[in-house]
Design a protein around this ligand. Sequence first.
Ligand code: ADP
Ligand code: MG
Length: 761
Amino acid sequence: MALLTLKDVGKIYVSDGNVAVGIRGVNLSFDRGEFVAVTGKSGSGKSTLLNVISGMDSYEEGELCIEGQSTSHYLQPEWEEYREKYISFIFQDYNIIDSFTVLQNVELALMHIEDTRERRARAMELIGRVGLSSHVRQKGSKLSGGQKQRTVIARALAKDSPIILADEPTGNLDSATSKEIIALLREVSKDKLVIVVTHNFEELSQVATRHIRIFDGAVESDHAVRSIEATSSASGSDPSPNGGKDLKKELIRQVKNGLTLGKTIFTAKPKLSVFLCLLMIVGTLGIFMMTTFCGSAMDLFDPHYMFNHIDGRVVVTTQSGKALTEDEVARLAGELGATDYLRFDVLLDEGSTIRIVLPTGNKDERDRSVRAAYTYGKSYGDRIVGRYPQANDEVLLYLPIYLQPYVGKDTLLIDTVRAGSMDLRVVGVKYYYDNNKTAECLFTEEGFRTATAIYYLLNNSSNSLSLTLSPKNGMGSQRIEVGTVTPSFDMPADKIYIDSSVFHARVKELERRGTDYDVTLDFIANYRKYNYQYGDDFTAMTFQRTFTKADLTAQKPSYHASTQDSVMISDELLRQMAEEVLSDSYKQASLFFANDKEAHKAAQRLQDAGYIAVPSDTTYEPDAFSVILGLLGSLMMAFLWGLGIVFLAFFINLCSARTLGAFKGDMAIMRSMGISVKVIRIAMYVRMLISLIPAFILAVLTAILIFTTPKLNEYFVYLYAWQYALIFIGMLALTVRITYKQIRKLFGESVKKSLKGGAAE
Ligand code: ADP
Ligand code: MG
């Protein structure tokens, strides 16, 4: 049985309405051991004949049989298998991959050998056989024409296919080299079928066993030139690399080969690969930025609590609008089994900007401010810097990590923080990474009550303060306006310190005369009194305290807010005043329970008892307008995010398509060699995924840098591990999608078209 038979085979080219006959009515039969020379004028159909035999071009008429099997029903995958099993092709313009080394080019054809060391050894042996041992690591582009053709022959040998087709293999070589190549081809192909197209039969006359002349697409003559040398085994060994039908094994082999090929492709064109890596870095960075940008958009979905939410907190007030008394709150707390209660809870829901006062002498850094919520009775664990507050004016700060360089890592660098009109001692600090969190200022319970008093009483610019100096000798008293009241945490309740130059000038005058005197402090606190029936009204409460000369502290308290033109009274006195005002006007209180579940139960019971009670995890009842607004906002964000991703995908696709274009010719060569599309496909994925590695490493390094460099945290949004995972998955999905589309486009074309395209472009 003949190895290869053509029965009445015809091939017609149709392009732009023109019809050209490639070949027609070709009847030929070939066997192993033949060395066939095909000659004919240019355009007579020689190349067409070889292309049809190689399965790179389809035929419309007749039938091509391989080992007696018809190929007329073959589709793309069958032709691929056919090429892999039977065909080695040698072109005039040396179809080696320029960016691969000689070794890589040859190893490409040895992919059926699984053991990489064995593969390497075999490749070296074959390269030695074609006399290129000294050029093993040379890139294809750096070889001479003869060396290229030797490489192709080595590759054809590596493949060990029964049919070697050569289309004018010496067309671009000088005659001496041509002879060498032909001799080499003959030498290495003893028991194979070799079909060589040439325009110069002379160079083949020494080796050819048969001469076929083609004229106008048809066989003009066909005769034997010399007898075929006896071949060792007519059928030869089965060259099929995948004789077995084990699909799983076959898949593993393909994946392995794809991995190897992908790595080779990636390293073969370093400049292109670097470009691709940069592209991926830009892409990853882009997704990064969009994620942080849209991270703030996610705030739209955050619940908007009516009150600062604390687990187990219930806010209670009366239906009547009457203020709750301390006794009443205590009673309710007892009846409902509350763990704790807070009569004046105003500060729980207020935050304020606290200013970190840097030590004097620190000139290089500006003071830092951060918005913080006030709290008490909370624990941040025992891994804090410093300690928890114990005195009224002591606080522990819960701060974003970027403030660590200013506040201290292992020991505290600051001792004061300014919160409104209070100067507080910082005794401890704890840091957090999540930039979306709010800072906190933790007091003792007593400290919190004091802070509430100060906040309530002093954060009001319409308060008024005056001093009346009353001499005891009967002279008329004098009224002196003073700016503000400042609390001092280390002054007894019956003392007062006056920081006023006018006042002291008057006192000096009196003392010169030896006159005793009293000082009366008039403090008018203006506050808003909620009136259930008639709305809010503003009222004032006047506090009058009289001090004797002995009560006046001459020594400025060591610890105070350094406000000029002020009167300093003890925090104790201030608290007494504030509680009077609060008792008159403040109607709300907080009760604390073990958890939110208990809080809900208690709130229900309070409502049943006629109170207005709300657990602090209750959110504002959203009105239709704000629902729509929120929805529009998030839709807009989602749209922008999507647009960003699409834009990015488009950009990466555009740029990487170019890098893929550079491989077009190479891909076609690989396919002409019979390397399965699957393996090439896997290799393309591998190549793209390898290019992602630097981007990922960079992202991880950035994450580590942001984590280990506190100052960076002020500008870089801290992302959680799962957000990083999301970015990676997103980028991976994008890459796979782009590769998929590009591969589809690439392999949509036939091998021949790609070969031409690859060579021409
Ligand atoms: P040779 O290799 O002998 O020079 P070819 O086989 O290349 O000849 O060409 C045979 C005929 O087929 C010529 O008339 C040529 O114009 C035509 N032909 C070859 N390839 C194509 C093609 N891709 N499209 C249209 N016509 C083609
Ligand atoms: Mg030709």
